[in-house]
Design a protein around this ligand. Structure first.
Ligand code: ATP
Ligand code: MG
Length: 327
């Protein structure tokens, strides 16, 4: 079976963007591939502000988020990045093959420096983020990486590292992993920001209550040019309609299309459309909320313990294969 590696940084709970960007593909492919899901708790340190307690708490939450969308812990290997020492050794070797300029040229790194307002206050580890990620992916020799659009640039760096290493060592030790971008590559935030992101405070979480969803949707950014309900509005690029398209099922399609036409003619108010979106999102989230309750804390610990044991063996094999080239 070919392998998948994907995962999340435990800097917050998972949200609707994660669902359409990557979780949905994880669920779809869990029987066709051997799937590894990393909780990238070392990557989480690059925010420079996350406390160990918070990272621990979010690691559990993110694992629960993954399980709540229907990922089967019997099929999937979940592990914490910090449990696999081989990853750091591999990342350190990989960093020798990446030029300083190349690391700074990564478009997602540049984007995040500006969208997160980091200025020049980012760590060396932040620039090294994609290199550590290459080690996550290549330590299990994954061939497919289901991710959101913002991760495409990082994947490109993983592929460059794998190719460079293979070429220099005249070996075929690493695969050439492909990114699999989700149905919606980048879901916008509730504030109209092009990306919903857990560090951007513009999220609807998979674990939000019905009331929280309602409040967030009612406060959502729509068309800023529209003042009155009878002003013609813009559907394209409007996050309310993007969410309706992304989370409405076939049975909602007719009503969604009707709202779109009415909105463009100024025949329906934002409140009515938002109420419909609230209903759709709460219907979508209900089974996810229920499944979340199925897992006990002790089960989560066991899933991570067994996952680390399995991953450690594979990562050690990869590393000793690499080292044998030098001995
Ligand atoms: P942060 O703001 O801390 O970077 P994040 O919301 O981007 O958090 P990550 O843990 O970095 O979350 O990303 C996990 C996965 O979810 C990645 O594959 C990423 O591409 C995807 N993803 C994150 N946000 C979105 C989004 N808004 N739309 C689609 N995919 C997303
Ligand atoms: Mg991110």
């Amino acid at each position: 079976m070919k392998r998948i590696l994907t995962g999340d940084t435990p800097t917050g709970k998972l949200h609707l963007g994660h669902f359409v960007g990557t979780l949905e593909n994880r669920v779809k492919l869990q029987s066709e591939y051997e799937v590894f899901i990393i909780l990238a708790d070392t990557h989480a340190l690059t925010t420079l502000s996350e406390t160990p307690e918070k990272i621990k708490e979010y690691t559990k939450e993110v694992l629960l988020d993954n399980l709540s969308v229907g990922l089967d812990p019997k099929k999937i290997t979940f592990f914490k990045e910090s449990e696999i020492a081989e990853i750091y050794e591999l990342a350190s070797i990989f960093s020798m093959y990446v030029s300083h300029n190349r690391a700074l040229r990564n478009p997602t790194i540049k984007d995040e420096i500006s969208s997160k307002g980091l200025g020049d206050q980012f760590s060396l580890g932040f620039i090294n983020y994609p290199i550590l990620q290459a080690a996550d992916i290549l330590c299990v020799k994954a061939e497919l990486v289901p991710v959101g659009k913002d991760q495409e640039a990082h994947l490109e760096q993983t592929r460059e590292i794998a190719r460079t290493f293979n070429k220099i060592s005249n070996s075929e030790i690493f695969p050439d992993p492909k990114a699999l971008i989700g149905r919606v590559g980048k879901l916008p935030g509730t504030d109209g920001n092009p990306k919903m992101g857990k560090s951007l405070n513009n999220t609807i979480y998979l674990s939000d209550s019905t009331l929280e969803v309602e409040e967030k949707v009612m406060g959502m950014y729509t068309d800023p040019k529209r003042i009155h309900a009878n002003d013609p509005g813009t559907v394209e690029g409007n996050p309310v309609f993007i969410y309706l398209d992304a989370f409405g099922s076939d049975s909602h399609r007719k009503q969604i299309n009707k709202f779109k036409q009415q909105y463009e003619k100024g025949e329906v108010g934002d409140v009515e459309v938002k109420k419909y979106l609230t209903k759709i999102l709460n219907e979508f989230l209900e089974p996810i909320r229920k499944r979340r309750l199925d897992f006990k804390d002790s089960e989560l610990d066991l899933i991570l313990k067994e996952g680390a044991q399995k991953t450690r063996i594979i990562a050690a094999e990869t590393l000793s294969e690499l080292k044998s080239l030098f001995s």
